[in-house]
Design a protein around this ligand. Structure first.
Ligand SMILES: Nc1nc2c(c(=O)[nH]1)N[C@H]1C(S)=C(S)[C@@H](COP(=O)(O)O)O[C@H]1N2
Ligand SMILES: [Mo]
Length: 199
């Protein structure tokens, strides 16, 4: 027997899996502020640093690191959610560990090719699933969705999942990123509906 997903028998499931104010989509919208940066893997690099140490991986070095796969729902602040997205990449915990950065830094700043930034507490990167993802649905991540590699932090609104990531810096003082300085919530937990500053 086949069951069609949608507003039929699966509705109860959807309700439980949808954070407040969200609806389900089956396509994969592209949301980018500004032009899409084109980064060749030959010139790509990822840097993780704190105020003491710094570690940079080339594409070949990065893709040689242990791969973790996750299947997860994702939630955009513009109200769409997509269920069961499949990703593979390197866990941020592994990257921080390999870089040897201090384990007591409270905040992370994330930098991207193209200039986008976002900020989040380090605990959101190490106590939960967080990847620098290079694979979506078994294929290399498409450039529109952040390829060669993007951050994926599925338990927060998707603006935290910085596309075309080039660096993570651990810091003592939190500093709002691109959307966080433009009135969006500093943390962005979809289950608490933290869309805008003050929510
Ligand atoms: N570098 C970069 N990362 C970004 C963005 C962006 O504009 N630039 N947009 C964010 C927002 S608001 C969302 S909702 C998601 C969208 O990811 P998608 O285009 O793969 O759906 O990427 C996030 N990461
Ligand atoms: Mo977004």
């Amino acid at each position: 027997m086949s069951v069609t997903a949608g507003f039929g028998g699966r509705r109860g499931d959807d309700d439980e899996r949808l954070p407040p104010g969200q609806y389900r989509v089956d396509d994969f919208p592209v949301l980018t502020a500004g032009p899409t940066p084109l980064v060749e893997t030959d010139s790509w690099a990822l840097t993780v640093r704190d105020d003491q140490v710094e570690r940079t991986w080339s594409w070949d070095e990065f893709t040689a690191l242990e791969v973790e796969s996750v299947t997860t729902d994702i939630h955009c602040v513009t109200h769409w959610s997509k269920f069961d997205t499949q990703w593979a990449g390197v866990s941020v915990a592994t990257l921080l560990d390999e870089a040897g950065v201090r384990d007591d830094a409270p905040y992370a700043q994330v930098y991207c090719y193209g200039g986008y930034t976002t900020n989040l507490p380090v605990e959101d990167l190490v106590d939960r699933v967080a990847l620098v993802a290079h694979t979506f649905d078994g294929d290399p991540l498409e450039v529109e969705h952040g390829g060669p590699a993007r951050l994926l932090v599925p338990h927060l609104y998707l603006w935290k999942s910085a596309k075309w990531i080039r660096g993570i810096r651990l810091v003592d003082h939190d500093q709002p990123g691109f959307w966080e300085s433009a009135g969006y919530h500093n943390h962005g937990d979809p289950w608490l509906e933290q869309r805008y500053a003050g929510d």
